[in-house]
Write a protein that binds this ligand. Structure first.
Ligand code: NAP
Length: 291
């Protein structure tokens, strides 16, 4: 592989790529589901009144409707019991008119999230977070993949970043992002290293990366010393600050070193919703093959 050299850093326009994917989903749905009442359906479940979760759910539901998909929503109070949330998930699981189910996280303390998530049937698991979906991914078998890491792969593909044989470093090992990210990169034949809070010399590890995906949830963790000249840097982190949203990467420092970088906002964030729409259509297609 050629040794990358420093030059102007290209911004990866995640917002534009996500818009394109959403338009493709909308065109596909309009062509295949002329009756809107029979379009693939995403059921969202919101427990409690966390304001950030309410905004995320509203954005997802709007995107669903804009793509011509059907939007079903269940809201439960913060006082809902484990059995009440489970009953709602079970009802949606049994409903043949529901293609995908999304339980908005985090759920109120006192509820057991993993066991609630695992009530979602694998075929309707559009967030890809059930034990069954994680198992399919770990085994490299077909299934629905978590939206944020699959959005990162879609960004890398849209930019034509070669993955086979590339050195990829993922910072973070959460179930939601880091772990599935590493597995998706491995599936694409990258040589993958996963760094985390116990990694001894983070900069030494990240400097080996042709593709560096940062999902540590630590504002400004990654700076000039962490990035190999020419590397593609994907910043998954999102942090609300008084001056707006920022990521895990100190972008001003990395500009001129990285070959490509995702901005925050406008990078990975919009891709997560786009992939949720893709997963909802996939779930519907897998439930009724050959339709
Ligand atoms: P998380 O569950 O808190 O996991 C963070 C991971 O980063 C952990 O594995 C942790 O290591 C590792 N880490 C923490 N500090 C580190 C350090 N100093 N050096 C190296 N590794 C470190 O977070 P998450 O859910 O994966 O989310 C990560 C970030 O992505 C957050 O900012 C979140 O808001 C954002 N996010 C964005 C989107 C989007 O749509 N753009 C979607 C989801 C999440 P240990 O395992 O050792 O603790």
């Amino acid at each position: 592989m050629p040794i990358p050299t420093a030059g102007p850093t290209v911004l990866i326009d995640g917002a534009a790529i996500a818009r394109r994917i959403r338009a493709e989903v909308a065109a596909d749905v309009a062509a295949r589901f002329p009756d809107p009442d029979r379009a693939p359906t995403l059921a969202t479940v919101l427990v409690g009144d966390d304001p950030a979760s309410a905004v995320y759910i509203a954005n997802k539901r709007r995107a669903v409707r804009e793509a011509g998909l059907r939007d079903e929503h269940r809201a439960l109070p913060a006082t809902a019991s484990q059995a009440q949330v489970a009953a709602v998930l079970d009802e949606l699981a049994a409903d043949p008119g529901v293609s995908g189910i999304l339980l908005q996280l985090p759920i109120p303390a006192g509820l057991d999230a993993p066991s609630l998530i695992d009530r979602i049937p694998v075929g309707k698991d559009v967030d890809g977070l059930t034990t069954a979906s994680a198992g399919l991914l770990a085994r490299g078998e077909a299934g629905l993949r978590p939206c944020t890491p699959s959005g990162v792969i879609a960004l890398l593909d849209a930019e034509g970043v070669p993955l086979a044989g590339a050195s990829a470093v993922v910072v973070g090992r959460s179930e939601l992002v880091g772990r599935p990210m590493a597995q998706l990169l491995l599936q694409r034949d990258a040589t993958v290293t996963v760094a985390h809070s116990r990694t001894r010399d983070l900069a030494e590890v990240t400097r080996t990366a042709d593709v560096l995906v940062v999902a540590a949830g630590r504002p400004g963790l990654i700076g000039a010393e962490h990035v190999r000249p020419g590397a593609t840097v994907i910043d998954v982190g999102i942090h609300r600050t008084p001056s707006g949203l920022t990521g895990d990467v100190r972008r001003a420092e990395v500009d001129g070193i990285a070959g490509r970088i995702t901005p925050v906002p406008g990078g990975v964030g919009p891709m997560t919703i786009a992939m949720l729409l893709v997963n909802t259509v996939r779930a519907a297609d897998r439930a009724a093959p050959g339709r």
